[in-house]
Design a binder for this molecule. Structure first.
Ligand code: PLP
Length: 385
C-alpha cells in the first residue's frame, strides 16, 4: 500500500455521493453561446459579465500587445518581467478604483494569498465572512495571524468577534459580491464597525468590478467608499474584464510593502504583457460603454420577475449571479443535465463549494445575453419545476 492507493477510493466515493467534478470541453471562445463537442449551448455559467472575453477590440489589443511585447513575460516582475504595459495598466486600475497605486498579480487567488500572508502577522487577528472565496480563506489559514470566520453578513457576530478580542491589529476581510450567493456585503455597516474597533477592511471585488458603480468602479464606488474607509481593494481581470490576472489597489506604502514581501508576487513569472494590453482595452470599454451595465441590470430584473411568476424562489441577489438553490446535489445535477439536453448550459454547484443541503444552479447573466435568451431559460426552468 502507498498513499496513492487511497486516491481511487476517494474518486469512487465522490462518484457515489454525486459530488464528482467534471470539466466541459469548449471547442471555441467563452461567450453566451459556447461550442461543446460540436453542439452549441446557450450558456449561463461564465463570469464574463460584460461579454468582453471574446470582444474583437480586446482580441486586437492582445494581438498588438503580443506584436510589441511578445508572448511570455519571461521573468518575474522584480527581475525583468515588468513592462511599460504592466506599469500603464497598474496606473489605470488605481485611477479607476480611486486609490493611489495598484499592483498586478497573475491571478486573484495569488493576489489574495500574497496580500493576507504579507499583511496579517503573528499576533494580529483576521476576521472573515464565512462565505468568502476560497482564496481569502486560504490566505487567512496560511497567514501567521489568528484567524476567525464570522457568520455570513452577520454584523452582530462580527461586532462580538471584534468586541471580545484584545488584539491590537485587526483586519476585516470580505467579498464585495459573494461568488456563490450573489449578494452584496453590507459594507457601510462593516466600515462603521471597522472605525469603532480600529480595524482595517480588505474588500475582494472580484465580481463587482466593472459591474457595480456608475463607471464600473465596483462595490466601493457603488457605496461611495473612499480610501479612508476601504483602504485595500482586490480586483480580478478574469471576470467582467474578460481577460486574466488580478490586482491589489491601495496606498503607495501598501503597494511598496507588497512588492517587497508578497511571495506570490515575487516568486512567479509576471503576467504576459499582451494580457495587460487587452486589460487596458477592457478597462476603457468598462468606463465608456455603460450600456453593458444597464442592459445587464434589465436582464437581472427580467430573470427575477420571470422566476417570481414561476414561483421559483431565488436567493436575495441583485447582481449577475442568480443562484437557484435546489438543496440536494442529485437534484441540482439532474436539473443541470435536463437543461443541457435542451442546449442550455448551467452548472450545478455542490458541496464543498457550497454548504451541504444548499446545492444549486449558479445562473449567471451577461451583457451579451438577449431578453430572448433569458426567456428561453425561464421557459426551460418552468418546465422543470
Ligand atoms: C471572490 C473571488 N475572489 C478571488 C477569486 C480568484 O480570482 P482568479 O480567478 O483570478 O484566481 C475568485 C474567483 O475565481 C472569486 O470569486
Amino acid at each position: 500500500m502507498t498513499p496513492l492507493n487511497r486516491l481511487s477510493d476517494y474518486l469512487l466515493e465522490k462518484q457515489a455521493q454525486g459530488l464528482y467534478r467534471q470539466r466541459e470541453l469548449l471547442a471555441g471562445p467563452q461567450g453566451v453561446r459556447v461550442n461543446i463537442t460540436g453542439r452549441e449551448y446557450l450558456s449561463f455559467c461564465s463570469n464574463d459579465y460584460l461579454g468582453l472575453a471574446n470582444d474583437p477590440d480586446l482580441i486586437a489589443a492582445l494581438k498588438q500587445g503580443a506584436d510589441q511585447f511578445g508572448v511570455g513575460a519571461g521573468a518575474a516582475h522584480l527581475i525583468s518581467g515588468h513592462t511599460q504595459l504592466h506599469q500603464e495598466l497598474e496606473q489605470a486600475l488605481a485611477a479607476h478604483v480611486g486609490r493611489s497605486r495598484a499592483l498586478l498579480f497573475s491571478t486573484g487567488y495569488m493576489a489574495n494569498l500574497g496580500l493576507l500572508t504579507s499583511l496579517a502577522q503573528k499576533g494580529d487577528l483576521v476576521l472573515q465572512d464565512k462565505l468568502n472565496h476560497a482564496s481569502l480563506i486560504d490566505g487567512g489559514l496560511y497567514a501567521a495571524a489568528q484567524f476567525k470566520r464570522y457568520r455570513h453578513a452577520d454584523m452582530s457576530h462580527l461586532a462580538s468577534c471584534l468586541n471580545t478580542s484584545n488584539v491590537a491589529n485587526k483586519f476585516i476581510v470580505t467579498d464585495g459580491i459573494f461568488s456563490m450567493d450573489g449578494d452584496i456585503a453590507p459594507l457601510p455597516e462593516i466600515m462603521r464597525l471597522a472605525r469603532e474597533y480600529n480595524a482595517v477592511v480588505i474588500v475582494d471585488d472580484a465580481h463587482g468590478l466593472g459591474v457595480l458603480g456608475e463607471t464600473g468602479g465596483g462595490v466601493c464606488q457603488q457605496f461611495n467608499l473612499m480610501a479612508d474607509d476601504a483602504p485595500i481593494i482586490m480586483g480580478t481581470l478574469g471576470k467582467a474584464f474578460g481577460v486574466s490576472g488580478a490586482f491589489v489597489a491601495g496606498s503607495e506604502t501598501l503597494i511598496e510593502y507588497l512588492i517587497q514581501t508578497a511571495r506570490t508576487y515575487i516568486y512567479t513569472t509576471a503576467m504576459p504583457a499582451c494580457l495587460a494590453a487587452a486589460s487596458l482595452c477592457s478597462l476603457q470599454k468598462i468606463q465608456t460603454e455603460a450600456w453593458r451595465r444597464t442592459h445587464l441590470q434589465s436582464l437581472i430584473q427580467q430573470f427575477r420577475d420571470g422566476c417570481a411568476a414561476l414561483e421559483l424562489s431565488l436567493m436575495e441577489s441583485h447582481t449577475p449571479i442568480q443562484p437557484l438553490v435546489l438543496g440536494d446535489e442529485g437534484r441540482a445535477l439532474q436539473w443541470s443535465q435536463v437543461l443541457k439536453e435542451q442546449g442550455i448550459l448551467v452548472k450545478a454547484i455542490r458541496p464543498p463549494t457550497v454548504a451541504k443541503g444548499t446545492a444549486r444552479l449558479r445562473i449567471t447573466l451577461s451583457a451579451t445575453h438577449t431578453a430572448d435568451d433569458v426567456n428561453r431559460l425561464l421557459n426551460a426552468l418552468g418546465e422543470l419545476r
